[in-house]
Design a protein around this ligand. Structure first.
Ligand code: GAR
Length: 201
């Protein structure tokens, strides 16, 4: 059975596009049942419409608070009934209540080798810190920021002349590979989470 997938995004949507491409190429056996953006003008939601996916905008600015916004996102997710929710540049924190509804079923991609450099501008943080290696992490989402059990990481060298932007561009190439790899692994269904460790069987 294909993995049923919902994608949450806020912006460009290149990770979403990589997931879409992998499905089209037959690399990833999945079906996208909803794409949800919290930003009305997000290029990612435009792509979703063009590709014919059920696309929804739930503009957080139209809601009184985080909880009210999440109620609407959860309503759409309940209707789409995904097995896995993929955060693809979704720049909103999920509440503990939200996360608890989908234990080990929400995944996120972050542009650093976690636990280094959580939060915003991870690539610029890495350059400023002077690390020689960085990369990206696909992980399960828990109630803490960029902190859940790690599914896949990919590493690359930081160059002496890197800026946040040049490093981000090279990391992004790795992100697209890592996200597809993680979802392919999850789609096979044979894994367990042992404390912080995700073990594929
Ligand atoms: C990606 O670099 C992703 O890792 C990052 O936002 C970008 C979204 O790009 N996410 C975070 O920083 C989350 N903390 P995309 O919209 O082209 O996929």
């Amino acid at each position: 059975m294909p993995l049923s997938l919902a994608v949450l995004l806020s912006g460009r949507g290149s990770n979403f596009a990589a997931i879409h491409d992998a499905i089209e190429r037959g690399v990833l056996d999945a079906r996208i049942t909803a794409v949800i953006s919290n930003r009305p003008g997000a290029p990612g939601i435009e792509r979703a419409r063009q590709w014919g996916y059920p696309a929804h905008v739930v503009d957080h600015k139209q809601f009184a608070d985080r909880a009210a916004h999440e109620v609407e996102v959860l309503r759409l997710l309940a209707a789409a009934d995904p097995h896995v929710i993929a955060l693809a540049g979704y720049m909103r924190l999920l509440s503990a209540d939200f996360v608890a509804r989908y234990p080990h079923r929400i995944v996120n991609i972050h542009p650093s080798l976690l636990p280094s450099f959580p939060g915003v501008d991870a690539q610029a943080q890495a350059v400023a810190y002077g690390v020689k290696v960085s990369g990206c992490t696909v992980h399960f989402v828990d109630e803490h920021l960029d902190a859940g059990p790690i599914i896949v990481q990919r590493a690359l060298e930081v160059r002496d002349d890197d800026t946040g932007e040049t490093l981000a561009a090279r990391i992004l190439v790795e992100e697209h590979i890592a996200y597809v790899d993680a979802l392919v692994k999850l789609s096979r269904g044979r894994f367990r989470v042992d404390g912080r460790r995700v073990v594929f069987e």
